[in-house]
Write a protein that binds this ligand. Sequence first.
Ligand SMILES: [Zn+2]
Length: 305
Amino acid sequence: MDPQRTIRRAISCAGIGLHSGRKVTLSLKPAPQDAGIRFRRTDLGGIEIPATVANVGGISYATALARSEGTVETVEHLLAALVSSGIDNVLIELNTPEVPIMDGSAAPFIYLIQEAGIRRLPAARRYLKVLRPITLSRGDKRIALYPSDHFKVTYSISFDHPLLRHQARTMRITEESFVEDIAAARTFCFLKEVEMLRQNGLALGGSLDNAIVIGETGVLNSALRFEDEFVRHKILDVIGDLALVGCPIIGHVVAHRGGHALHTAFASRILEESDAWRLVEAPTAGIHAAPQPVSVAVRTAPASN
Ligand SMILES: [Zn+2]
């Protein structure tokens, strides 16, 4: 079996919220097996918000979770770093509603997790192994999940902009490939969107230090980190959003022109189509050994505090 994991010790960082512009302190703390990934608002009496599709709140330009009076926003890059590092259980404390944007990528969160270290727990990890395709389309946006022996993502984007017409990439996602090829890819926006975002009270903390800004003749930042940094960031986003299904996926995600609304709706669709997958205890099940079906339900509803 693969053991569940948490972090070895508590660790903190400070930053600002991309959309709110507010200062925030983020702490990651070890959590017991089967606790899952949970946010806690320390400024709201410790309200806990499990990172599950049941708690998806408003989606605008970032993914938000909400439960009773508590909300947390812009969770996707941190969730991508956690699940790609194999962290099943962790308590994430915030003193404002928004996860800090850091440099607009998941790399600073990978650094935090590596500094905190990994602790293996006695219980087995459960994977969601895809048995038949699951699909969701909205207009020209579409996303699907197909059977595969590994967790893979294919993403394609296309925009009506001379600098960013079309990018596509397929990757097998492992701890190593995420760190090497995806974690450092930054969020991006078009210069012509920035004023509209700000008028709507969004991107108030945005700057060239935490987002790629695409102008009419080039990116305003000094350099890109990857030639196809944009599509790599979309892969990062979909990994973070699909973390809301509550356990790692063994399957091939194929997405075209998606965004947070489509990704999180798809996370719900996956859990609804429960005959399209089963929970198994080892990622290689079906290759070297018969899959071990397990009867425990994926966490779709928040556990009591
Ligand atoms: Zn993003």
